[in-house]
Write a protein that binds this ligand. Structure first.
Ligand code: NAI
Length: 590
């Protein structure tokens, strides 16, 4: 028998006399372990997962939570230790392990490993501990993860489409194992958070955002597709890094870049149809505006940096009116920073005012002023301004520092979107406090070091009168024996519910009215109990409830606008949204 086996093994692969001798272990009958590059083999696998393979399939694996009966039926006896552990206990154990890591990046890696090992447990952890884990799966830790993605890369969590695949993008999309995709988050890695060009390593962003789509917005994980478009990078450090995972070339630009993106957008529609949402993330400023304008009328596209930020900040402004008094049209807004965030927010405020007052948008823009790195945006600069800044070039003499601008414009709200820290100085906040009973100060730049001012500074320099919100979180501040709780204008409030609303209604286009609907829904979740504490956003702990209301309002607007295709319209959209939410609880196997 043994000699027969040996004969067989030698006939399958042509082994040299020395390699045929297997020392120690069992003989390699089929020559699998001896396959070398010139001995071709076919990778093959089972269709139905059971036994060891079931434990290695993250979508179905339950680890120690497999019941006695499931262990019998699915050939798991002996492969698992005897204890049966309910999902809640697994969660408790994992949270304890995570809390022991001191370095946030280690927590990130542990969470990603869990996602690759047991998907439902990963989402259960994320949903039940959202406030604690959000800074790990998303900003700020995800930023560090992207910087080191080459070293921590284990298994692909999304699709990489590089210039090598030019002309074959449709084919590449078909390689992804899931067919029914509802949300794609895509980046080209050019401007990852505040960290600049991270090329192909930007993949952490779509992966993180889609994890939040599932945890906060209820989209099934199998319906989410993270994509990184790799057109090269201008980051010299990465180009010289031996572990860099992307193309080693400078960024393609101009026609080459746009033709490639065009091929991608066409392939997406061809493969997944009209109703798939494409969310652009962390593209360079110039491309972000252009892509949104170009594909907004032909595809279901959304840019979180521009539109999501706008909706979340508008919600805060609407909620703050309860504290400041008046309507949006009664206020004067001054933006410090006129990029994607600043102009996106400004445009949505103008639209909201125009809808409320029936005035043309051009008229509504007049109470909104923007400052960029060259000073106040005024009509005499119009010729040299980028397209997205031109609508804000009002008649005024040039002013080139923020303090003088505040004194000249007398805003009721200043909104920092410059990415430059400590620019809301004591003098600027004191000037705001001398003009307004309750000045609204929004220091939105991230991360914390880039914030235009801290919460403590805003409260202290305004004698505790400021209504304050920031992009990065700040702890509560005690000033004059009163506890002030800063609000956080976190994009995670809006995009998961917004996207889910589009998917739920089968919307085929994004309309600005839907962004207004999302803002209204978020502002509507701020109650008297929150206003008393001076906060203008609801607590993050109830985010699934918030997302359901946002989704319902967005879907209602999609039906109203005639761009919803899922018919008939459900009677109670909030209940319907809640009923469609992905649940991370384990399912029973027959
Ligand atoms: P961007 O690069 O598109 O725009 C930055 C703008 O700031 C440009 O108009 C630039 O001219 C201006 N600027 C730069 N230096 C300046 C200076 N010294 N004085 C005056 N203006 C100056 O960047 P983007 O995407 O608009 O983001 C800006 C900041 O907003 C970032 O820090 C980002 O983290 C933050 N942000 C916060 C969000 C939130 O809180 N939910 C959401 C999105 C962005």
């Amino acid at each position: 028998m043994e000699s027969k086996m040996k004969e067989k093994s030698e006939s399958v692969v042509d082994m040299s006399p020395t390699s045929a001798v297997v020392e120690g272990g069992v003989q390699d009958i089929y020559g699998e372990d001896c396959a070398t590059e010139d001995q071709l083999i076919t990778p093959w696998t089972f269709q139905v997962s059971s036994g060891y393979n079931l434990l290695r399939d993250p979508r179905y694996n339950k680890g120690l939570a497999f019941t006695e009966q499931e262990r019998d039926v699915h050939y798991l006896r002996g492969i698992l230790p005897p204890a049966v552990m309910p999902q809640e206990l697994q969660e408790k154990r994992l949270m304890q392990t995570l809390r022991r890591y001191e370095v946030p990046l280690n927590k990130y890696v542990a969470l990603m490993e869990l996602q690759e090992r047991n998907e439902r447990l990963f989402y259960k952890l994320l949903i039940d501990n959202v406030e604690e884990l959000l800074p790990i799966v998303y900003t700020p830790t995800v930023g560090e993860a992207c910087q080191k993605y080459g070293s921590i890369f284990r298994r692909p969590q999304g699709l990489y489409i590089s210039l090598k695949e030019k002309g074959r993008i449709l084919e590449v999309l078909k390689n992804w194992p899931e067919r029914k995709i509802q949300v794609i988050v895509i980046t080209d890695g050019e401007r990852i958070l505040g960290l600049g060009d991270l090329g192909c390593q930007g993949m952490g962003i779509p992966v993180g955002k889609l994890a939040l789509y599932t945890a906060l917005g209820g989209v099934r994980p199998s319906a989410c597709l993270p994509i990184t478009i790799d057109v090269g990078t201008n980051n010299e450090q990465l180009l010289n890094d031996e572990f860099y995972i992307g193309l080693r070339q400078k960024r393609a630009t101009g026609k080459e870049y746009h033709d490639f993106l065009d091929e991608f957008m066409k392939a997406v529609k061809q493969n997944y149809g009209e109703k798939v949402l494409v969310q652009y993330e962390d593209f360079g400023n110039h491309n972000a505006f252009e892509l949104l304008a170009k594909y907004g009328s032909t595809h279901l596209v959304f840019n979180d940096d521009i539109q999501g930020t706008a909706a979340v900040v508008l919600a805060g402004l609407v909620a703050s009116l309860k504290l400041l008094g008046g309507s949006l049209a009664d206020h004067t807004f001054l933006f410090f920073g006129a990029g994607e965030a600043g102009t996106g927010i400004a445009e949505l405020i103008a639209l909201a005012i125009s809808k409320k007052t029936n005035a043309p948008v051009e008229e509504a823009r007049k109470n909104i002023w923007l400052v960029d790195s060259k000073g106040l945006i005024v009509s005499s600069r119009k010729e040299s301004l980028q397209a997205h800044k031109k609508p804000w070039a009002h008649e005024h003499e040039p002013v080139n520092n923020l303090l003088d601008t505040v004194k000249a414009i007398k805003p009721t709200a200043i909104i920092g979107t410059s990415g430059v820290g400590r620019t809301f100085t004591k003098e600027v906040i004191e000037a705001m406090a001398s003009i307004n009973k309750r000045p609204l100060i929004m220091a939105l730049s991230n991360p914390t070091e880039q914030s235009e001012c801290t919460a403590e500074e805003a409260y202290a320099w305004s004698e505790g009168r400021a209504v304050f919100a920031s992009g990065s979180p700040f702890p509560p501040v005690e000033y004059n024996n009163k506890l002030h709780i800063p609000s956080q204008a976190n994009n995670c409030y809006i995009f998961p519910g917004f996207g889910f609303g589009l998917v739920m209604a089968g919307a085929i286009r994004v309309h600005n009215d839907m962004l207004l609907a999302a803002s209204e829904a978020l502002a509507g979740q701020v109650t008297e109990e929150h206003y008393v504490k001076g906060i203008i956003y609801p607590p993050f702990g109830i985010i699934r409830k918030i997302s359901a209301h946002i989704a319902a309002n967005v879907a209602a607007r999609a039906y109203g606008l005639g761009v919803a295709t899922r018919l008939p319209q459900p009677a109670d959209l909030v209940k319907y949204a809640e009923s469609c939410f992905y649940s991370p609880n384990y399912r029973c196997y027959r």
